[in-house]
Structure formats: structure tokens, C-alpha cells
Design a protein. Structure first.
Length: 212
């Protein structure tokens, strides 16, 4: 028995529509497992703008920030840190194998890094460093820790926006240390927080254009 209907060729390459569908599916999967640059820029931008802004506003007169401003800055930093860990963990939850292990180790690196930062600052205090030196060091080291961890995350997930975010945070922390106290708070609020919020808007616009 014969038929005139053509038989599908198993080795035939997919047509253009199928190829585009495959590319779109792969891009969607990559976007779903890559941390959102707009979210991370926005969270840290708001935390730095509000937290460091409060510190600067209350320390302009006598150089000492109010306890309320310190509490606000600490709370904003903790919120940003928790959002970062929760977001990256959620985005990599469905990944198995080596990638899952890398994501878990990356999450552990955050508390390890901040414990080390606290120990360094404590060592400076025991060595007799002044309050101004301790404040500048604590701020600069924390910004460097966060910046380097973001750079590592950008390399790990091939997320350019996350890498740029980390570089900006590290450089802003260094510039704040050079600015001295209390102007360092202003640098962190305006250049750090403001710059990151601008980055969030740019990243969001780029994401919308790519999906159009």
C-alpha cells in the first residue's frame, strides 16, 4: 500500500517559526532564573537614599547622627539584604545540579562576609581607632562587601546589571570614605542611593524594550 502524502523527515531542521519559539522559550527560562537587576537596583537604591539620607540630615550640626536615624539606616539595610537573599534564592530554586550548589554557597557567603566585616571593625575599635575612623571603615567595608558579592553574583548568573550594581556600590563606598565624616553619608545617599535608583529605571526600561 502506497500513499502520495510526504513523510516527515526526522532530520529536517525546524522551520523559522519553530526556531524562534525555541529561542523565546530559552530566553524566558534564562530571565526566570536570573536575578532582576531592576529590583535589586531599586531595593538598594531606596535603602541607601533613605538610610544614609537620615544619617546625614541628623549629623550635620554636631557630627553625631540621631539614634532614630541609625535605626532607620540599619533597618533599611537589613530589609535590602533579606530581599536580595530571598530573591536570588527564589530565582535559582528550580535549578538542579552544580548550579543549585553554587547558588547555595553564594547565599552562605553573605553572612560569612558580614561576620568578617564586624570582626574587622571590632578590631579597629580595640586598637584605639577614633569614632570617626570606625564609622568610615565600617561603612566603606560594608559597601565593599556588598559590592563584591554582587559582582560575584553577576559573574555566577551572567547578569551584567548585577555586576554593574556591585561595581557602583564598591566605588561609592570608597568615594564616601575619601569624603570624610559626615559628608560620607551624603555621598552614599546621593551618589549611591540616587545612582542606583536611576539604574533601576534604566534597567526596567531595557527589560520592557526587550520584551516588546
Amino acid at each position: 500500500m502506497t500513499t502520495d502524502e510526504p513523510r516527515p523527515d526526522a532530520d529536517a531542521a525546524p522551520d523559522l517559526a519553530d526556531a524562534l519559539a525555541i529561542i523565546a522559550a530559552q530566553r524566558t527560562l534564562a530571565d526566570a532564573t536570573r536575578p532582576s537587576g531592576a529590583l535589586l537596583f531599586g531595593v538598594w537604591g531606596a535603602a541607601w537614599l533613605v538610610g544614609y539620607g537620615a544619617l546625614w540630615l541628623t549629623s550635620r550640626d554636631d557630627g553625631d547622627a540621631s539614634l532614630l536615624a541609625v535605626a532607620v539606616a540599619v533597618a533599611m539595610g537589613v530589609v535590602a539584604l533579606v530581599v536580595t537573599i530571598a530573591h536570588t534564592t527564589h530565582r535559582t530554586r528550580g535549578i538542579a545540579g552544580a548550579s543549585a550548589r553554587e547558588g547555595a554557597l553564594y547565599g552562605v557567603a553573605w553572612p560569612v562576609a558580614f561576620v568578617a566585616q564586624s570582626m574587622i571593625v571590632g578590631g579597629l575599635a580595640q586598637a584605639g581607632a577614633s569614632g570617626e575612623v570606625i564609622s568610615l571603615a565600617a561603612n566603606a567595608i560594608a559597601a565593599l562587601v556588598v559590592g563584591l558579592l554582587y559582582i560575584a553574583g553577576g559573574l555566577l548568573w551572567q547578569a551584567t546589571s548585577m555586576y554593574v550594581l556591585g561595581a557602583w556600590m564598591a566605588l561609592t563606598g570608597a568615594a564616601a570614605a575619601l569624603a570624610g565624616f559626615p559628608d560620607s553619608y551624603l555621598v552614599m545617599a546621593v551618589a549611591g542611593g540616587g545612582g542606583l535608583l536611576v539604574g533601576a529605571v534604566v534597567q526596567r526600561a531595557a527589560t520592557v524594550r526587550s520584551r516588546a
